[in-house]
Write a protein that binds this ligand. Structure first.
Ligand code: AMP
Length: 212
């Protein structure tokens, strides 16, 4: 049984590593950002988009309900990999409460550490697909320009991956999400990995932490 959280600033590679780990452990990859983006056009999606485009956090109440519903689904019964949740202390407290009621715990919180300057470079060159795949124009380009390797759909540049939103997201991360590093550190489940290497190097470090 493996219940894992990937923690780290936007652009740290959480999504990429969560997808790899999900394949390795055969555990569902739960990205709250992807769930919100896929809700585009619904009431939830429209409400969330206002916050997302500004680089702000969607209110805790919305996220807490969303993650509760998701974790109760059958595919999460044995393991899960959370990517982008929790992002605030109240979200972390709510998660602890949900897991307690299910008689489950958290096994590991992986904190991916990357300096700001590197994050800005990465995010502005990021291109994503509706299927959840992500690319970098220089370091991890798709085989055919502008097209997803996995599903063939057209890639797009997220509105919040533009300079002004990026800066806001980084400051929101520092204020609201970074305190979770101490929160999980105090609970003895935190492992920090250096997020500056290649995708493969970081995946190796993450696997070592999972197997430890
Ligand atoms: P991400 O794809 O993880 O970078 O998330 C994109 C955006 O979705 C964030 O900037 C937030 O606006 C929103 N979002 C995703 N997850 C959460 C969360 N746990 N709490 C609040 N907002 C979130």
């Amino acid at each position: 049984m493996m219940n894992i959280i990937l923690l780290g600033p936007p652009g740290s590679g959480k999504g990429t590593q969560a997808a790899l780990l999900s394949g390795k452990l055969n555990a569902p990859h739960i990205s709250t950002g992807d769930i919100l983006r896929r809700a585009a056009g619904t009431e939830l999606g429209n409400r969330a988009a206002e916050y997302m485009n500004r680089g702000e956090l969607v209110p805790d109440s919305v996220l807490i309900e969303m993650i509760r519903d998701r974790l109760l689904q059958a595919d999460c019964a044995k393991a899960f990999i959370l990517d982008g949740y929790p992002r605030t202390i109240p979200q972390a407290d709510a998660l602890a409460d949900i897991l307690r009621k299910l008689d489950r715990g958290l096994d590991l919180v992986l904190n991916i550490d990357v300096p700001d300057a590197e994050l800005i470079t990465r995010l502005s060159a990021r291109r994503v697909c509706k299927c959840g795949a992500t690319y970098h124009l220089t370091f991890n380009p798709p085989e055919n320009e502008g097209v997803c390797d996995l599903c063939g759909k057209r890639l797009y540049h997220r509105d919040d991956d533009r300079e002004e939103s990026i800066r806001n997201r980084l400051s929101v991360y520092k204020k609201q999400t970074q305190p979770l590093i101490d929160y999980y550190g105090d609970r003895g489940v935190l492992v920090t990995v250096d997020g500056c290497g290649s995708i493969e190097q970081i995946a190796v470090e993450i696997c070592a932490a999972v197997e430890a």
